[in-house]
Design a protein around this ligand. Structure first.
Ligand code: SAH
Ligand code: TYD
Length: 409
């Protein structure tokens, strides 16, 4: 039996998604035969409460010079990170000349706000193509993987940090012990860590199982994050739910005793208890909900095909790789996936091999139905796609449940 990546207790899977390609592994037809897959099973650790993948691809397969995810493709996310930076600035940076470090800084979507305010900063971003976009914007960036060894080097060369930030990356990292050890070394005695990731509570409540893919090694909760950092003499001092990525949690962490703890931390722990996040039965129910969601989505898509309707995917998200492969969605059910990211266009979706086409092909000839793979950006997308609904187009969503929305909703 595999062991928990955090506390080493043995863990059994509660769901098996089968052999899964990489969520961001968009590929060309000449690569189909050699396509990589890994066994995607998820387990819950009874010992420390951590929900995790039981096997992970090596990190260099996922994060490299052709990484397909550019944070800046969403206007809404740019605003979200601007507000995040404002919160850090106003609430946590009291030192005279503060130093802010971000892990997984990608194209600089968050750090650009600190750079603009003249605040000393450092991005750590191993995927060289996305890091280059940040470097071109004048954002100081190291193109390496963060860990304890790099933390020591940063302290030696630039000193300790007042704030350590991370968005949608902490949960990507199987070797979390090295990360938290590095944070412990890097952070000043009164420094703070603020990081956010998709929240386990939302995934369970909304059956948003597409948050599970190769890059998402963990689904965090206040209980599991508190346990992890507790092992290193650090504690959660605040939690702030976010609407991003379909429901995320921002955790604020400090060295134990260094800062006051908000009552929100205990409140959220109690909510998790009420939701049953500590009980194995909760995860069995989640599996049954995933199976039912799959059944309903496939019934809908095969029914539309039988009626001769055109269905196109909207947003070639990494999340959608789990949906298309687990459900068995093939190009005869979904004609193509529209996406604005140049590096994905002209390629095919991982595993299911649905063509990814530029947005103009969606806008130029609206389908009957659009399957909203980028459902986490629904507000932004439905707002800008009013013409689709006005012309009779309908949206298919599957979170929190499979439904057809009138395009004008
Ligand atoms: N923070 C951005 C990007 C999230 S994608 C946002 O929220 O939109 C995750 C990023 O983390 C990728 O760009 C990946 O290259 C990077 N990453 C993965 N492992 C890392 C590590 N060990 N140290 C630093 N960055 C890492
Ligand atoms: P996102 O949901 O942010 O991430 P993940 O890959 O982590 O699941 O990805 C959104 C994708 O959708 C990205 O490839 C860009 C694309 N997209 C569009 O094509 N049009 C849009 O209007 C938006 C907001 C995103």
């Amino acid at each position: 039996m595999p062991n928990c990546l955090i506390c080493a207790d043995p863990i059994a899977p509660f769901i098996d998604f089968g052999p899964m390609p990489l969520g961001n592994g968009f590929l060309r037809p000449d690569q189909f035969a050699e396509e990589y897959r890994f066994p995607m099973q998820v387990g819950f650790c009874n010992g420390c409460g951590m929900v995790q993948l039981l096997a992970q691809p090596e990190r260099e397969r996922m994060f490299h010079e052709n990484y397909a995810f550019f944070s800046g493709t969403s206007r809404y996310m740019a605003l979200h990170f601007q507000r995040f930076a404002e919160q850090v600035n106003a609430g946590y940076l009291s030192a005279a000349e503060p130093f802010v470090v971000e892990m997984g800084s990608n194209d600089g979507i968050l750090l650009q706000n600190f750079a603009a305010a003249g605040i000393r900063h450092l991005g750590i971003e191993p995927s060289k193509n996305v890091a280059q976009v940040a470097i071109d914007k004048g954002i100081a960036t190291v193109t390496e993987f963060f860990g304890a060894e790099l933390a020591r080097r940063i302290v030696a060369e630039r000193g300790q940090a007042d704030a350590f930030l991370a968005a949608n990356v902490m949960c990507h990292i199987p070797y979390l012990h090295s990360i938290v050890e590095g944070i412990k070394i890097l952070l000043k005695p009164a420094g703070v860590v603020l990081f956010e990731d998709p929240y386990l509570g939302d995934v369970i409540e909304k059956t948003s199982y597409d948050q599970i893919y190769d890059e998402h090694t963990f689904l965090f909760s206040v209980a599991s994050v508190g346990h992890l950092f507790g092992r290193y003499g650090m504690e959660i001092i605040d939690v702030q739910p976010q609407t991003t990525h379909g429901g995320s949690m921002r955790y604020v962490i400090a060295h134990c005793g260094a800062r006051p703890v908000s009552p929100r931390v205990q409140d959220q722990r109690e909510k998790e208890h009420a939701l049953g996040l500590h009980r194995p039965e909760t995860y069995d129910r989640f599996r049954r909900n995933c199976e039912e969601s799959r059944r309903q989505l496939m019934t809908l898509l095969t029914g539309l095909k039988a009626q001769g309707k055109r269905v196109v995917g909207y947003g070639a998200t990494s999340k959608s790789t789990t949906i298309t492969n687990y459900c068995g969605i093939t190009p005869d059910l979904v004609e193509f996936i529209s996406d604005t990211t140049p590096i994905k266009q002209g390629k095919f979706s991982p595993g299911a091999h649905i063509p990814v086409r530029p947005y103009d092909e969606f806008a130029g000839r609206h389908p009957d139905y659009a399957l909203l793979f980028a459902w986490n950006h629904a507000a932004e997308i439905l707002e800008k796609e009013k013409a689709f609904g006005a012309g009779g187009g309908k949206w298919i969503v599957y979170v929190p449940r499979v439904a057809v929305l009138d395009g004008e909703e």
